[in-house]
Design a protein around this ligand. Structure first.
Ligand code: 13P
Length: 251
């Protein structure tokens, strides 16, 4: 049985002070999550990573991005050793906003995933199609390419640690959710693709989340399916009470 995962992606929101205020009131949410075997995660801005690490317990704190090299002349980037130094052991890779605005290709995602796994860190790999691709019925072709190119040639044991998030680009921040049927269909397809690459035992251990306009009033429709292991949530993860409501809706 895979645990359910509730992961917040704060994107470019919250000052350090705001992150601290959030962190200070999470303990009751963490206790509730533990009681119901739900794994919690938050990906704040780089500046708030250490704040959340220091002032929360029982929440996976993830970076929203990371470079695949350890150091060098890459202005504006951060590295795996920097994250590990403050106790951060997870990073998002290939979020659609980074694919769109920062030229994050499948190839680059792959390099990042390899480096993260070599360092015993957990990559949260985001995949998903644009509206145009969805309308042209290219969802599975696009997602298959993202999975095959991003997750190729990994150590089989390490592959089990990867978390995948299916986030259709057209549903992110738009209120246009993919229906649970679509999410289940694509997520099952992702699992089959991973099975072809790494076998059934591995594919059954990989957590696959849905993301895109997930709110307290719709999260249950996704997570009530055994196929969907959790949610990656943007807007609705920003306020403590909304984060708590997401959790209470799935336990
Ligand atoms: P929203 O929940 O705001 O649609 O964002 C989803 C997302 O991009 C999470 O990574």
């Amino acid at each position: 049985m895979r645990n359910k995962i509730l992961f917040g992606n704060w994107k470019m929101n919250k000052t350090n002070d705001e992150a601290l205020a959030f962190a200070k009131v999470t303990s009751s949410i963490v206790s509730l999550a533990k009681e119901h075997h739900v794994v919690l995660g938050i990906a704040p801005s780089y500046l708030a990573l250490e704040t959340l690490k220091m002032h929360t317990e029982g929440i996976i704190i993830a970076s929203q991005n990371v470079h695949y090299l350890d150091h060098g002349a890459y202005t504006g980037e951060i590295s795996i050793p920097m994250l590990k130094n403050i106790g951060v052991n997870s990073a998002l890779v290939g979020h659609s906003e980074r694919r769109t605005y920062d030229n994050e290709t499948n190839e680059k995602c792959h390099l990042k995933i390899v480096s993260l796994l070599q360092n015993d860190m957990v990559p949260l790999y985001c995949v998903g199609e644009t509206l145009e691709q969805f309308n042209n019925k290219l969802t599975k072709k696009v997602v298959e390419e993202q999975i095959v190119e991003g997750l190729k040639d990994l150590d089989v044991e390490k592959m089990k640690k990867v978390i995948v998030a299916y986030e259709p680009v057209w549903s992110i921040g738009t209120g246009l959710n993919a229906s649970p049927e679509i999410a289940i269909d694509v997520i099952s397809f992702i699992r089959q693709t991973i099975e072809k690459m790494y076998g059934k035992e591995v594919s059954e251990q990989v957590h696959i989340l849905y993301g895109g306009s997930v709110k307290p009033n719709n999260i249950h429709s996704y997570l009530s399916s055994d196929e969907i292991d959790g949610a990656l949530v943007g807007g609705a993860s920003l306020e403590v009470e909304s984060f708590r409501a997401l959790l209470t809706a799935i336990i």
